[in-house]
Write a protein that binds this ligand. Structure first.
Ligand code: IPE
Ligand code: IPE
Ligand code: MG
Length: 238
């Protein structure tokens, strides 16, 4: 790993919790619980490697369509994650940030409050920026950004505000952050499932068939090694 170029921003679609549980005859929520433990290890390792931004897909706008019991379990899990991290925030150097529609009435008030609290108390932390995509949908993010951009600017005739990529990016949930260099998806699915459609335009993709609860630090390192073998051209010739 010593000679490796470490990506600035890594994004992960943590998929396969349900199948992991099914293989063991456990309820799906046990898979999600194990998945959270793996996430903690990966955040720690990412910090250790010097990755500056880590963005993980935890709950999509489409995931509300799952059985109520599973949705309830995921909300409970996220709430207890926030509780634990609010408690230890003073000792930690992680900047916590949620991307997604946090204002949605679907999200219980108590959870919304805890999200805001953890963001507030970690906003000046100098370590890794950890983005949790919760109630996140890429198309939803683009529409929310469009609406705000139109509301806060005057694009009428004779006005000089121009719609540019730079202006639009400022209204995305990831405003001010660099785009992901590397996107990892576990579980063997080879699709992006509405994750960061604007930001992943020039990211390198790494797909693995391992289910998220089985994902390891070794495999994370393998993804970075693979990233180092890629030639990023951004549309230019070599
Ligand atoms: C990912 O695992 C976690 C969430 C989407 C919340 P899944 O729950 O999608 O697991 P599989 O894909 O059904 O195995
Ligand atoms: C994407 O996984 C969302 C998360 C990992 C949170 P899904 O399991 O919801 O995606 P599909 O249904 O396989 O596309
Ligand atoms: Mg899935």
């Amino acid at each position: 790993m010593e000679q490796m170029e470490i990506p600035v921003h890594v994004a992960i679609i943590m998929d396969g919790n349900g199948r992991w549980a099914k293989e063991r005859n456990l309820p799906r929520n046990e898979g999600h619980r194990k998945g959270t433990k793996v996430l903690e290890k990966i955040i720690k390792h990412a910090r250790h490697l010097g990755i500056q931004y880590l963005t993980v897909y935890a709950f999509s706008t489409e995931n509300w369509n799952r059985p109520p019991n599973e949705v309830k379990g995921l909300i409970r899990l996220f709430t207890s994650y926030l509780d634990q991290h609010i408690k230890k925030a003073a000792k930690d150097d992680v900047r916590f940030h949620v991307i997604g529609d946090v204002e949605s009435p679907h999200i219980p008030e108590e959870l919304r409050h805890k999200i805001k609290l953890l963001q507030e108390i970690t906003k000046d932390k100098k370590g890794i920026c950890f983005n949790m995509a919760f109630n996140y949908g890429g198309r939803d993010e683009i529409l929310r950004a469009c609406k705000r951009m139109i509301k806060e600017n005057d694009f009428g005739d004779g006005k000089n505000t121009e719609v540019t990529e730079a202006l639009f990016s400022q209204y995305l949930d990831t405003a001010g952050q660099p785009d992901p260099d590397l996107m990892i998806r576990t579980s063997g699915e080879v699709r992006t499932s509405n994750f960061l459609p604007w930001q992943l335009t020039y990211s390198e993709f790494y797909f693995t068939s391992h289910l998220w609860p089985d994902f390891t630090i070794d495999e994370f390192n393998t993804a970075i090694e693979e990233y180092n073998r890629r030639s990023r051209r951004f549309g230019q010739s070599e």
